[in-house]
Design a protein around this ligand. Structure first.
Ligand code: MG
Ligand code: MG
Length: 256
């Protein structure tokens, strides 16, 4: 079989450091969420993220990431954009849009990473439901992060919630272990078979991030080499937390 790498086991001190990073990410989310409104640009939301990082003495794990180097501290992905949208002063949010915000922080060398999708003004009920089911699928994935479970249990739980609601799980993008790098092995798929894959243990820290759609689960990358959109133009929602497996169960680190 292909090697199924087990996620690293972190000490309680290391998890405490990741909790500090996670709180900065949660503060970025809170401040950006407050600012999301018709007429706001995604470039302005990025500047809010930069200010929260600066005020906390934290650095960005998004800025400069990858090739070409990502130019911002948040990904802002409206409507049919699934993930990795590049913020811009030319992207103006309008009433009825949705926007997914994904961002992270590094504190003392340890990383946090989380995402949410929010409505801009008023959205149709079926679009709000897409957001709500995406959050429910994330919660189900988190609930499966129990010592002794396997990675496949997480994806199976996410997929079960999506399919029960008549929605699809985007192909080709996954969650990941996280620690002293944002993306550590192994990947944590948003689909899976219960009881398969590497075993989960107390001390594992994972970023779980379902991306759900009502239409096609296939995507296309735009010419900026970052923006990922659905191939049928229908809208997508994304939700993510960084979570530690503790002796008491899963602890979300990216909450205030
Ligand atoms: Mg993320
Ligand atoms: Mg992530």
């Amino acid at each position: 079989m292909l090697f199924a790498r087990t996620p690293a086991v972190r000490s309680s001190d290391q998890i405490a450091a990741m909790r500090r990073a996670g709180r900065v990410v949660a503060e970025m989310h809170a401040e950006i969420r407050k600012a999301i409104a018709p007429g706001v640009t995604t470039g302005a939301l990025d500047r809010i993220g930069r200010e929260v990082l600066r005020a906390n003495g934290a650095t960005s794990n998004f800025l400069g990431y990858g090739h070409p180097p990502f130019p911002a501290v948040i990904c802002a992905s409206p409507n049919d954009m699934v993930v990795h949208g590049v913020p811009s002063d030319e992207v103006v949010l309008v009433d009825g849009d949705i926007v997914s915000i994904d961002c992270g922080a590094i504190v003392d060398g340890w990383h946090g990473d989380a995402a949410f999708t929010a409505p801009v003004g008023q959205v149709p009920a079926e679009i709000q439901r897409l957001i709500d089911v995406t959050e429910a699928s994330l919660a189900a994935g988190i609930a499966a992060m129990v010592d002794g479970n396997r990675i496949g249990d997480i994806g199976a739980a996410i997929e079960r919630v999506a399919l029960a609601a008549g929605l699809g799980v985007v192909e080709g993008y996954t969650g990941h272990a996280i620690g002293q790098a944002m993306h550590e092995a192994p990947n944590i798929p948003n689909q899976g078979t219960p009881g398969t894959g590497a075993k989960l243990r107390v001390g594992n820290v994972l970023a779980i991030e379902p991306m759900l759609v009502a239409g096609s689960t296939e995507t296309v990358v735009l010419d900026d080499d970052w923006s990922v959109v659905t191939d049928d133009g229908r809208w997508a929602a994304h939700a993510e937390h960084t979570i530690a497996i503790t002796p008491e169960g899963p602890e979300i680190l990216t909450l205030l």
